[in-house]
Write a protein that binds this ligand. Structure first.
Ligand code: CP
Length: 304
C-alpha cells in the first residue's frame, strides 16, 4: 500500500487478501465486532466530509478509536470554509496543528491535488464524487470472502444506478484484481449509459435474466443527488422492473448473497423483506466497514 489510500490502482491480489485478513484478525465473535487495540496512541486522524455520510464516517471514527488514535471530527458547517477559506488552507491548518492523516469525502477529485501538495500528511479517500470509493470496495470484497470460497468462479450481477455510483467503479477496480467469472450489469438505460457496452461484463436490461444463477447480487440506489436530468421511467415502473425482492432473488444461485452499500431506499431498489433473508449481507457490510478501516489505518500508519 502506498502512503495514501486514493484508489486501488497499486494493489496486487496479495495486498488485497492480506488487508482483508488483517481486518479479520481484529474481529471478535461474541459479540460480533472489532476489538480495541491501543496501537497508535500518538496518531491524529481528521475527517472532512463535504458530502453526507453515516457508514463511512462513523466506521472510520470507530476504527480510529479502536486503534487508540485520536479522532478529530471536522465540522464543515461551522468551519471557516463558510467564511471563504479554501479546502487547501483548511488542510494546511490541520497539518500545522499536528494532524497525521485526513479522511476526505468530497464532490470532486481534490484529494489527489491535496495529497501532492501536502506530502507530510496521509490521505484516505472516503468518497470522490461519482468517481471512486475504495474503502467500500475493500469491505465489499471482505464480505464476499466471508461467504464464498474463491473469487475466480463468481457470477456477479450489479443492479441499479451504475452511472452515478462510485461504489461500482471501485468495486470493478477491486474485483478485476482478485478475479471473477462473469459480471452482468442491469438497470434502466437512463442510469447505465456507461455500461451498455463495456469490456468488463455484459449489460442485460431484464432483471430476471440478469440475476439468473448469480452468486453475488449487488443492488444500488438511485443517486438522486447526482441526477442532472429527469428520468424517462416513472417511480412505479422502476420498482416494477428493477426492484429486487424475495421472488426475483429466487432465480439466483441458491446460496447467492445480496449486497448493498447503503443507504438503502427500501421500497425502491430493494423490498424490505429481502433484507431479512440469511443470504442478505448488508448488515455484515456495515460491520465489516469498521474492520476494513482498522486494517487500512494500520497499514497506512505502519508505513508513515
Ligand atoms: N456506503 C456508504 O458510503 O455509505 P455512507 O454514505 O452512509 O457513508
Amino acid at each position: 500500500m502506498s502512503q495514501h489510500l486514493l484508489n486501488l490502482a497499486h494493489f496486487t491480489e496479495k495486498d488485497l487478501i492480506e488487508l482483508i485478513d488483517l481486518a479479520h484478525s481484529f474481529q471478535t465473535q461474541d459479540p460480533p465486532g472489532y476489538r480495541y487495540e491501543n496501537i497508535f496512541p500518538d496518531k491524529k486522524v481528521a475527517s472532512i466530509f463535504c458530502e453526507p455520510s453515516t457508514r463511512t464516517k462513523l466506521s472510520f471514527e470507530i476504527a480510529t478509536h479502536n486503534l487508540g488514535a485520536q479522532y478529530i471530527d471536522f465540522n464543515l458547517a461551522n468551519s471557516s470554509i463558510q467564511k471563504g477559506e479554501t479546502l487547501e488552507d483548511t488542510v494546511e491548518a490541520m497539518m500545522l496543528m499536528g494532524v497525521d492523516l485526513c479522511i476526505l469525502r468530497h464532490t470532486d477529485s481534490s484529494i489527489h491535488t491535496l495529497a501532492n501538495k501536502f506530502p507530510a500528511l496521509q490521505f484516505v479517500n472516503a468518497g470522490e464524487g461519482a468517481v471512486s470509493h475504495p474503502s467500500q470496495a475493500l469491505l465489499d470484497l471482505m464480505t464476499i470472502r466471508e461467504s464464498k470460497k474463491s473469487f475466480d468462479d463468481l457470477k456477479i450481477t450489479i443492479v441499479g444506478d451504475l452511472d452515478h455510483s462510485r461504489v461500482v467503479s471501485s468495486f470493478l477496480e477491486a474485483i478485476q484484481i482478485v478475479g471473477y467469472k462473469t459480471i452482468t450489469f442491469c438497470g434502466h438505460p437512463d442510469l447505465c449509459k456507461s455500461y451498455l457496452e463495456n469490456s468488463i461484463g455484459n449489460f442485460e436490461p431484464d432483471l430476471e435474466t440478469a440475476m439468473a444463477d448469480a452468486d453475488v447480487v449487488m443492488a444500488l440506489r438511485i443517486q438522486n443527488e447526482r441526477l442532472t436530468e429527469k428520468l424517462t421511467i416513472s417511480a412505479s415502473e422502476y420498482v416494477e422492473r428493477y426492484q429486487i425482492n424475495v421472488d426475483s432473488l429466487q432465480v439466483a444461485s441458491p446460496d447467492a448473497i445480496l449486497l448493498h452499500p447503503g443507504p438503502v431506499n427500501f421500497g425502491i431498489e430493494l423490498d424490505y423483506e429481502v433484507s431479512q433473508l440469511d443470504n442478505c449481507k448488508i448488515k455484515n457490510q456495515i460491520l465489516n466497514g469498521v474492520g476494513i478501516r482498522m486494517a487500512i489505518l494500520t497499514r497506512l500508519f505502519s508505513q508513515a
